[in-house]
Ligand binder design. Structure first.
Ligand code: AHG
Length: 335
């Protein structure tokens, strides 16, 4: 029988790789695992109780909020607040960042950014949704509350990032900058168990993911790229939950695109909560992530908490190909 390695055991084992680690990051990752289990329980029974559907409010980015978004947001905040290992959080569902006032939290080295339930428009129809998180070392004075500058660090400053996919099975995938590992929740023992060691993204894939309904609203270079995929007989797969699309691409290869449209001139997705953490994971797995204006995602300057950016992310050869199309056709458009 293969021996099972749980998420907790794995995290503790990895801590030994960092001789001066204090255990704070280890504790934080474990707390995120606990919050994920609590949210997973509610996602799984969502059809059974009156928790599905749209709540009567909008989030900070102006999107309609689902009830489960609120639930997941509250659970993640309370788990992180009670842990004492996190100085504060910034969530896609909150207008502003939250600084935790308790003594242990205030002196913590880390802050966490997260999207508690990405793809929430899929909840009502039983399609996969996910949680995305990024962890940063705070740069403000550890003797006081955390500040806005802690949350406006570039993606390159992340010390860890991950996602939880609430799908046919529930998976937690994370990186601390030394490769990417995936853990599947075993409901019989209530533990995330190591199931995907050292994930490597294929150099190319047979699928692309984009909301092709916006085709006519994309710039010419992106339209030509999509035409090229069609010429090459690539398949289109688009779930509407970025976590689920990225999860497939990590294992099967491919590219995910969310370019600028007339409605979203800077792209729709949020740099802090979605793009930076997923880019850290994909790069650690050997992939690439850049804006459709060809800037590496993790180097984009974050000027405000809910900033949106465009993205092309996935297999390295396919992101390079996107770059070539942008260089070639945007130059033609300018002539
Ligand atoms: P939300 O969490 O508000 O449902 O947004 C989901 C995100 C992302 O996960 C997905 O890829 C994208 O928005 C879908 O947007 P479009 O419907 O515009 O394609």
């Amino acid at each position: 029988m293969n021996s099972i390695i749980t998420l907790d055991e794995f995290i503790i084992k990895r801590q030994k790789d960092f001789p001066y680690a204090s255990g704070e990051l280890t504790g934080l990752l474990r707390d995120i695992g606990i919050a994920a289990k609590i949210v997973n329980r509610e996602v799984n029974k969502a059809g059974l109780v009156n928790i599905l559907g749209i709540a009567d409010q909008q989030n900070a980015s102006g999107d309609t909020v689902q009830k489960l978004d609120i639930y997941a947001n509250e659970k993640f905040i309370s788990c992180l607040k009670n842990s004492g290992e996190c100085a504060g959080i910034s969530s896609e569902e909150n207008e502003d960042f939250v600084s935790f006032p308790n003594v242990e939290s205030k002196s913590s080295k880390y802050i966490v950014v997260f999207d508690p339930l990405d793809g929430s428009s899929n909840i009502d129809v039983n399609v996969s949704v996910g949680t995305i998180f990024g962890i940063y070392r705070r740069i403000s004075d550890p003797n006081g509350p955390c500040t806005l500058e802690d949350f406006l660090q570039k993606g390159t400053e992340q010390v860890a990032a991950g996602y939880v996919l609430y799908g046919t099975s529930t998976l937690l995938v994370y990186t601390t900058g030394r490769g990417v590992n995936g853990f599947t929740l075993d409901p019989s023992i209530g533990e995330f168990c190591l199931s995907h060691r050292d994930i490597q993204i294929p150099k190319r894939g047979n699928y692309y993911a984009v909301n092709q309904g916006y085709y006519l609203k994309f710039d010419v270079e992106i339209r030509r790229l999509i035409d090229h995929y069609s010429d090459k007989n690539l398949g289109l797969r688009y779930i509407g939950s970025m976590v689920a699309d990225i999860h497939r691409i990590l294992f099967q290869g491919g590219i995910f695109l969310y370019p600028n449209t007339r409605k979203y001139p800077y792209g729709k997705l949020r740099l802090s909560y979605e793009l930076n953490p997923l880019s850290f994971i994909v790069e650690q797995a050997g992939g690439k992530a850049m804006t459709c204006q060809l800037e590496r995602i993790m180097e984009v300057e974050l000027k405000e908490l809910h900033q949106r950016n465009t993205i092309a992310i996935g297999s390295p050869d396919m992101v390079d190909e996107m770059k070539q199309f942008v260089e070639r056709y945007s130059a033609v458009a300018m002539m």
